[in-house]
Design a protein around this ligand. Sequence first.
Ligand SMILES: [Zn+2]
Length: 65
Amino acid sequence: MIVPEALAGLRLRGGVRPSRSYKRGRVCRQDGCSTKISIYNRRDYCNAHAPVNFPRVRGHIISKA
Ligand SMILES: [Zn+2]
C-alpha cells in the first residue's frame, strides 16, 4: 500500500493531531495587526489581510501600487 506524498505531508504538517485545526492563540502576521486567527483558519493572516485575489472591502479598494 502506497501513501501519496501529498497526504503524508499533510499529516506531518498537522503536528499534534491529524485534524483540521491549527495552533491556538495565533494572530495575523500583518505588522500592527493583532487580529486572532481561528484554529480552523489555515492562513497566517486575518480576513482583512489574507492574500486574496478579490479583496472584498466595501467601498474601499486597497491598491498595492
Ligand atoms: Zn490582519
